[in-house]
Each structure stands twice: as structure tokens, then as C-alpha cells.
Design a protein. Structure first.
Length: 339
């Protein structure tokens, strides 16, 4: 019997398990109800005294050895398990937090501001709720001008002399009233028009107004400034074309087109196969406007221009529905990143 016990001791030393289940199977094999150890102890009862003396201590040692071995095997799998649960690599960089992006209108407004401030223009702002004088009268709008019509202007109930400004040209008036020439400024801001909402027009949008007043300012200055702007905004090969037009506050007035950068003037849907797309209105400030704002029109002259930021953004990014700008759909907005 002693031999058997010693043999088992060696066997136990070599015991290995490759999984927690195997370790459990070994426990049952050696320490279970019908296991090897139990059987040995039963045999032990039967042997005579002399043998008992010899085998007693080794048999108990064997039992302890088996117990320790199996516990150790089980523990190693428990450790491995908890390691597996903690496989997170703590040195890994944190997950990226979703962050917002700049609105395309803000991106383009900033670009416009950047271009003009580099040319020496300052930035001026004015109120969105404007009185009739700043929005229309000072800008030489005759009393019967259709822009004053209920259809275009949001008037304020019970206060007919106030309306939401229909253009940022009203800021021009304020700048002229409060400064002495020379002055060179742009006025970005939101404007409002009582128009039906569609893919092409909205009841509010954004404009940038520009103004330069000094001695001897000529149409050539306007033209060169507009060319520089267009080339910085749409690419250095961009050409401009000025078409005679009419605005109450400028004389002469023009509408400015840029050469179509989408089709390279070969003709496309955007330029309606003309090779040119309109982007702004401009002209020499009407002497009446200068006078209305307290500037000596004999001494000073100036130019002004006004553009819609939505229009420029739609062209730049080829967006075909103005409503997308105001729907706050992140699938649309997240596509824009400022350069
Ligand atoms: N105020 C005009 C509009 O809203 C845009 C404009 C045209 C502004 C010509 C100007 C200008 O300063 O010279 O349509």
C-alpha cells in the first residue's frame, strides 16, 4: 500500500489541467465521493496495524498534497479568468468624444471677413430690428418702392416705423452717421424677408455689406477690390463680369458675376450654361445717401457692395437647397470642416 501511496504522490506532482473544467474533473477523480483518496482511506481501514503505522502519515500527506495541487490548478484558472475580464489596455488613448463642427454659413462668413480684413476693412454690426429711416429712407428708397411692400418686409405690429432689416445696407447708414471718412468696413449679419420658403429662398438669411468712402474713390477701386475678393474666395483664375443694374443707394450700380468655377465656363446647370454666376450687387454710393448720412458728397465718394452668404456657400459647396442650412441635421452639418 505504501508503494501505491508513493506512486500517487509522484503522479500528483505531474498533474496538469488546461482549463477550469479539467481541474474540476481532477478534483472529482482524486477527492470525489468515489475518488481515489476515498478508496485508499477505505482500504486503509482494512490493513493490519503494522501497515497502518507505515502508511498513515504518507496517506494523510498525499491527501493534503492532492488538495493543494487541485486548489492551485483552480486558482490559476480563476486568475486567468479575471485577467481576461480586465483585458482593457489602460494605456490606450481615450475614445474620441464626438465634437460639433462649424456651421457652413459661419465658415464662409469667416472666410469673407478674413479676406476683407486683410485688405484693411473693419467689421461693423448693427441691429436686426431697424427703423424705416435706416433700412429705407436714408438709402434713397422712394416712398413707393416695392421693397417697402408688406410682401417683402416683416413689420412690427403696432409699430409701423420698425421692421426686421431687409438687408445689411442699413448698417452702412449707421457707420456713415457715426464716423468721418476715410472709412472702410464690412457688415455681416442676418436679414429678413417676408418670402415663401423654398429650396431657393428663405424668410431669413445672411448678408455681408461692404463700404469704402474716401477722397477720389472710383469705380476702378471697386472693380479691383471685387476681383481680389472673387479670386481669393473662388480661386486665383476666377474672372469677374459687371453688368449694369439698379439699386436706389448706388449710382452707377452693377451686378457682379464670377466665371463659373464648376464647369470652367464650359456650361453647366449651376451657371445655366452661360459660364457666369451672379454673386453680388455693388456700385458707387449715391451722393444722396452720402448727404443723408452727413457726408460731404462734393469732397468724398465711395463704393458699396452686398452679398448673400447663403448664395456663396451654396455655390462653393454645391448645395442645392437653402433649407438645409436651418434644419440642424447633423448628417448635413458634420460634413463641413473649416480649413
Ligand atoms: N442691399 C442689396 C440687397 O439686399 C445688396 C446690395 C447691392 C448692397 C448693391 C450694396 C450694393 O451695398 O451696392 O439686395
Amino acid at each position: 500500500m505504501l508503494e501505491k501511496v508513493n506512486q500517487l504522490k509522484e503522479e500528483i506532482e505531474q498533474l496538469k489541467a488546461t482549463s477550469a473544467e479539467q481541474a474540476e474533473a481532477l478534483r472529482i477523480k482524486y477527492l470525489g465521493q468515489k475518488g481515489i483518496v476515498k478508496t485508499l482511506f477505505q482500504e486503509f481501514k482494512e490493513v493490519d496495524k503494522e501497515v497502518k503505522k507505515q502508511v498513515g502519515a504518507p496517506l494523510n500527506q498525499l491527501k493534503n498534497q492532492i488538495q493543494e495541487k487541485i486548489n492551485a490548478l483552480k486558482l490559476s484558472f480563476e486568475n486567468q479568468l479575471s485577467k481576461a475580464e480586465n483585458t482593457e489596455d489602460l494605456t490606450k488613448p481615450a475614445l474620441e468624444l464626438p465634437s460639433g463642427s462649424q456651421h457652413p454659413i459661419s465658415i464662409v462668413r469667416n472666410q469673407i471677413q478674413q479676406i476683407f480684413t486683410c485688405m484693411g476693412f473693419s467689421i461693423s454690426e448693427g441691429p436686426e430690428l431697424e427703423d424705416d429711416w435706416h433700412n429705407f429712407t436714408a438709402l434713397n428708397f422712394p416712398p413707393e418702392h416695392p421693397a417697402r411692400d408688406m410682401q417683402d418686409t416683416f413689420f412690427i405690429k403696432d409699430k409701423p416705423e420698425y421692421s426686421l432689416r431687409t438687408h445689411t445696407s442699413s448698417v452702412q447708414v449707421r457707420v456713415m452717421q457715426n464716423n468721418t471718412p476715410p472709412m472702410r468696413t464690412i457688415s455681416p449679419g442676418r436679414v429678413f424677408r417676408n418670402e415663401a420658403i423654398s429650396a431657393r429662398s428663405h424668410c431669413f438669411f445672411h448678408q455681408v455689406e461692404g463700404l469704402y468712402i474716401d477722397k477720389h474713390v472710383s469705380f476702378a477701386d471697386l472693380k479691383k477690390t471685387m476681383l481680389d475678393f472673387a479670386q481669393q474666395m473662388f480661386g486665383k483664375d476666377t474672372q469677374i463680369r459687371l453688368r449694369p443694374s439698379y439699386f436706389p443707394f448706388t449710382e452707377p450700380s452693377a451686378e457682379m458675376d464670377i466665371s463659373c468655377f464648376i464647369c470652367d465656363q464650359k456650361g453647366c446647370n449651376i451657371c445655366k450654361h452661360s459660364g457666369w454666376v451672379e454673386i453680388l450687387g455693388c456700385g458707387m454710393i449715391d451722393p444722396n445717401v452720402l448727404k443723408n448720412c452727413g457726408i460731404d458728397s462734393e469732397k468724398y465718394s465711395g463704393y458699396a457692395f452686398g452679398m448673400g452668404i447663403e448664395r456663396i456657400t451654396m455655390l462653393k459647396y454645391q448645395i442645392n437647397d437653402i433649407r438645409l442650412f436651418y434644419e440642424n441635421d447633423t448628417r448635413f452639418l458634420s460634413q463641413f470642416t473649416s480649413a
